[in-house]
Unconditional design. Sequence first.
Length: 166
Amino acid sequence: MEVQFLDLLVKDGRKKAIDFSLDFEPIKFEGEVIRAIKPVKVEGQLVSRNEILELEATIETELELNCSRCLDTFIYPIDIDIEERFTNNKELQDEEGIIFVEGDTLDLSLIVENSIISTLPIKRLCAEDCKGLCSNCGANLNVDKCSCNNYDVDIRLAKLKELFGE
């Protein structure tokens, strides 16, 4: 969705309701393909104040992510509130917290996509107690039990292990 600055900056305090759905195209992020399994719903409003457009909106969707430990896919719900300030006035571009937009058009789709990406957790887990994969055989320990001998040995003490014949 694109918004024209001139439409809102004509009068101070002018408001425009925002209500649209966006098809989130699969994107590659940190080596993983992220897909939305339902359209991104955006609701909110734009308000003009002193040559600045203030956006307040709620973003809702569900993403399909891969677990960092077991590599299974899982559904990650997104329900975030965003507040952003934009201007196309070069005199205001250096003010803190204001995003400068070249030209007269503001593309809200890009703002929504960036907001979704910025809220993704660094470590994406299907569950807090995810057991991950066996380091020897690769079995998903959430589903299967493997018969691998998985006790950890500190590399610095490996020679002692050999001494005792284990």
